[in-house]
Design a protein around this ligand. Structure first.
Ligand SMILES: Nc1ncnc2c1ncn2[C@@H]1O[C@H](COP(=O)(O)OP(=O)(O)O)[C@@H](O)[C@H]1O
Ligand SMILES: [Mg+2]
Length: 241
């Protein structure tokens, strides 16, 4: 194994929303690292700052102060265009709300990031079908995105997140809208990608089973990481939380 910079590092990361009387300190100075190929769960009560942190890590939002570094390079100095190019090349995103375009087909939804990147239609469709096959959704390629179950929609979102061959996947409550059987299928897909392709996984979740399957858990409370747990806990059913 070659040693290299962590895929992501933060230093004294602060996020403040609003001003004056409506000021809210959502993140209060977080410093930590995420290694290449690691699976990390960000857990904590609603309002503790999980999504805020994920948005900063994924370069979807800017901190009020502090640094996010990608591969050892602080992104603070980059121009917005450079940041979005970096984000599109390096990251994939999966959210609780599926954010699929209901008027487009599954294939069109999945290949949207390539369209934005200016890839030709034939190449888009070739790669779209490849990734839909990987998720066993190729038979639904021509369906409208609305004609799918919740689990199928989330698989389409995972396919879309993978289309750029990202080195890291960010998932915010990826099983939040799914029943427990479907959640398990989606989890198996995510951890399969992590195991077989070395993708770094950063998962925000309330789901204790999902968190337990990650190699590390960052426990958040009121904008701070109050505890860290290491090691996959268990993937067995019926283990008490
Ligand atoms: N755009 C915003 N403006 C003001 N407050 C916000 C904004 N986004 C989030 N917050 C507040 O910051 C806190 C953390 O939010 P969030 O990161 O979404 O928490 P979590 O994902 O853990 O539920 C919450 O109290 C929320 O109300
Ligand atoms: Mg959230």
């Amino acid at each position: 194994m070659t040693s290299s910079a962590p895929v992501l590092e933060t230093e004294n990361l602060v996020k403040v929303y609003g001003k004056g009387a409506s000021r809210f300190d959502a993140l209060k100075g977080l410093t930590f690292e995420i290694a290449h190929g690691e699976s990390v769960a960000i857990v904590g009560k609603s309002g503790s700052g999980k999504s805020t942190l994920m948005h900063l890590l994924a370069l979807l939002d800017q901190p009020t102060s502090g640094v996010v570094a990608l591969e050892g390079d602080p992104i603070t100095d980059l121009k917005p265009k450079q940041i979005s190019a970096l984000r599109n090349d390096t990251f994939g995103f999966i959210f609780q709300q599926f954010f699929l375009n209901p008027n487009q087909t599954v294939l069109e939804n999945v290949t949207l990031p390539l369209k934005i990147a200016g890839v030709s239609k034939s190449e888009r469709n070739r790669r779209g079908m490849e990734v839909l096959e990987q998720l066993e959704m190729d038979s639904k390629a021509k369906n409208k995105a609305t004609d799918l179950s919740g689990g199928q929609k989330q698989r389409v979102c995972i396919a879309r997140a993978l289309i750029n061959k990202p080195s890291a996947l960010f998932a915010d409550e990826p099983t939040g809208n799914l029943d427990s059987n479907t959640s398990e299928i989606v989890e198996d897909i995510l951890f399969g990608l992590h195991r077989d392709h070395g993708i770094t996984l950063v998962v925000v979740t309330h789901d204790e089973d999902l968190a337990a399957r990650c190699q590390r858990r960052l426990i958040m409370q009121d904008g701070e990481i109050v505890r860290e747990e290491h090691g996959v806990q268990s993937t067995d059913q019926g283990v008490t939380a």
